[in-house]
Design a protein around this ligand. Sequence first.
Ligand SMILES: Nc1ncnc2c1ncn2[C@@H]1O[C@H](COP(=O)(O)OP(=O)(O)OP(=O)(O)O)[C@@H](O)[C@H]1O
Ligand SMILES: O=C(O)[C@H](O)[C@@H](O)[C@H](O)[C@H](O)CO
Length: 173
Amino acid sequence: MNSHILSVCFNSTIGEMLAKVLNNSFLDANDFHSQSNKEKMHQGIPLSEEDRIPWLESLRDALRERLAGGKTVVLSCSSLQKKYREILRSSDSNFVSAVKFVLPDAKAEVLAERLKKRAEEGKHFMPATLLQSQIDLLQIDDSEGTFKVDAATLSPRAIVNDIKSYDFMINST
Ligand SMILES: Nc1ncnc2c1ncn2[C@@H]1O[C@H](COP(=O)(O)OP(=O)(O)OP(=O)(O)O)[C@@H](O)[C@H]1O
Ligand SMILES: O=C(O)[C@H](O)[C@@H](O)[C@H](O)[C@H](O)CO
C-alpha cells in the first residue's frame, strides 16, 4: 500500500468520517493553530499570510512524519490557495503524488447557513462572518486534479462514499 495523505479542504465532518471508514488516522488542521490565530479568528479578523505560513509548515511536518512512518492520513484543512497546498504537498519528499486534495463543494449560501447554525450552537471558534474572506481566497486550479464532491445536497455519508470510490483511492490502496 502506498501511504498517502488525503486533504479534505473545508470540512472536518467529512474528513473525520472518511478516516474512520478507511481506518486511517485523522488530523484536523484547526488543532494546529496557535492560540493567537484562534483568538484572531474568534474576533472575526481573517488570518494574514504571516499567520498562515507557520501553521501550514507545522501541518507539513506532521504529515511528513506520518508519511515517513508509512501511514495514510486524512487531514481536514482549508488549504485555500495553491501555494498553501504546495506547502502540504512538500510533506512528500518526492513532491508528486502522495498528497491528494478533495473539495466538498457547496455554494456560499449553503455554507453560510451551516456556519451560522454551528456558531449558534457555540461549537466553533470561527464566526460565520469570516466565511466571505475564506471564499475570496479559495483558488481552484483544475490542473491540480482536485476531486470535487457535491457537498450541498449530499449527506456526509454519501460524500464519503463518493470519495472512497474515486480513482485515486483505488490506485493508492
Ligand atoms: N454534507 C453536509 N450536509 C449537511 N451538513 C453538513 C455537511 N457537511 C458539514 N455539515 C455541517 O456543516 C457545519 C460545518 O461543517 P464542519 O465543521 O465540518 O466544517 P469545517 O469546514 O471543518 O469548518 P472549519 O474549517 O471552520 O473548521 C457543521 O455543523 C456540519 O455538521
Ligand atoms: O486559513 C485560514 O484562514 C484559517 O486557518 C481557516 O481556514 C481555519 O483553519 C478554519 O477554516 C477555521 O474554522
